[in-house]
Design a protein around this ligand. Structure first.
Ligand SMILES: NC(=O)c1ccc[n+]([C@@H]2O[C@H](COP(=O)([O-])OP(=O)(O)OC[C@H]3O[C@@H](n4cnc5c(N)ncnc54)[C@H](O)[C@@H]3O)[C@@H](O)[C@H]2O)c1
Length: 313
């Protein structure tokens, strides 16, 4: 099988690509490499450094499946240059889908985000609830989803709305909650929690990457939109969990991010997917990597700080 992954050098891509190669697939990665490239060379791996906005740089001949991960991947980075955010998540996604159907691509898997829901009072956030995205990042994801669904009669369109991902990747992200709090504890012996009561869903990186494999395996039986988040817990719950593995203090300050929601992933679970890992596993794995010296607190692992000092310097 021939697969194209955009954003394949990112946090998720760096865990997903080796899993695809282990299945014997031929994998083509297109990535602008804002955060470098941590993928090990492999005879079935072709890595192209390119911008998805340059549609001509994306080779689709012979590709059966696209996994579209490339985006300005969080709220504060999306706000740095909203035009860029819309061009990458909106325009480029539509151009990629358009080129995909022209090249007879059979399956298009899209990484949307659980943040498209905005602030929800409902006890259970299911896929059919009204979307009220708050940031530019969330809005581009909402619009991209709808654009992609319009191609559903020409290829299998599968959209995942992942919770916040946690756990170790060779291209680490230390700006996502579990990873950030664990690294703060390891480096400073102090965790700073903004607010603390906001409830957010989480998903381990091994599960979100396995879900992409599950989608590949269920091209004909799974289509449309799926939530993917299994542990709805508060930031304070996460901080307290970290203290069980790293001795540290917790300091609470005011939050400017009101988003609080619990996602319901029953639709995904009904397709036979079973999560294998937990937030606690992610914390333990990060601690272990740090102890071994294979994970350090590097600037390029913090998307906002890194983009401000490189892409927008
Ligand atoms: N990590 C999470 O918690 C999370 C949660 C929900 C959704 N998502 C989504 O999953 C996807 C992957 O997220 P991630 O955590 O791996 O983020 P990431 O920032 O680590 O990876 C994104 C990758 O996309 C690349 N990229 C950005 N703009 C590009 C462009 N114009 N052309 C080519 N490549 C480009 C970057 O270089 C980077 O390697 C994103 O779309 C993100 O919005 C992530």
């Amino acid at each position: 099988m021939n697969i194209l992954i955009t954003g394949g050098c990112g946090y998720k891509g760096s865990v997903l690509v080796p899993k695809l190669l282990a299945r014997g697939y031929r994998v083509n990665v297109v990535d602008i490499m804002w955060f470098d490239n941590f993928l090990e060379p492999h005879k079935h791996l072709n890595v192209i450094q390119a911008d998805v906005r340059n549609i001509d740089s994306i080779p689709l001949e012979g590709i059966e499946t696209i996994i579209h991960l490339a985006s300005v991947a969080n709220d504060p980075c999306g706000d740095l240059n909203p035009k860029l955010t819309w061009e990458i998540s909106g325009l480029a996604t539509m151009q990629l889908a358009d080129k995909a159907v022209r090249n007879n691509v059979k399956q298009f898997i899209y990484a949307s985000s659980g943040s498209v829901y905005g602030v929800k009072e409902e006890d259970q956030v299911t896929e059919d609830l009204e979307l009220k995205p708050i940031s530019e990042y969330n809005k581009t994801k909402m619009v991209a989803e709808r654009v992609l669904l319009s191609y559903s009669d020409q290829m299998a369109v599968q959209i995942i709305r992942p919770a916040t991902v946690c756990g170790y990747s060779p291209r680490m992200r230390l700006d996502v909650s579990v990873n950030m709090l664990t690294m703060q504890a390891l480096v400073n012996g102090l965790i700073t929690v903004f607010g603390g009561n906001q409830t957010r869903p989480n998903i381990h990186i091994d599960d979100i990457t396995d879900i992409y494999l599950h989608l590949i395996d269920h091209k004909d039986s799974m289509s449309g939109i799926y939530n993917a988040g299994f542990e709805n817990i508060s930031i304070m719950d996460i901080a307290q969990m970290v203290t069980r593995h790293v001795p540290c203090e917790i300091s609470v300050t005011e939050s400017n991010d009101p988003r609080s929601y619990r996602v319901n992933s029953d639709r995904l679970l009904a397709t036979g997917y079973k999560p294998k890992k937990s937030v606690e596993d992610a914390i333990k794995e990060i601690c272990e990597r740090h102890k071994q010296g294979t994970l350090k607190d590097e600037d390029r692992f913090h998307n906002l700080k890194w983009m401000q000092s490189t892409v927008f310097k």
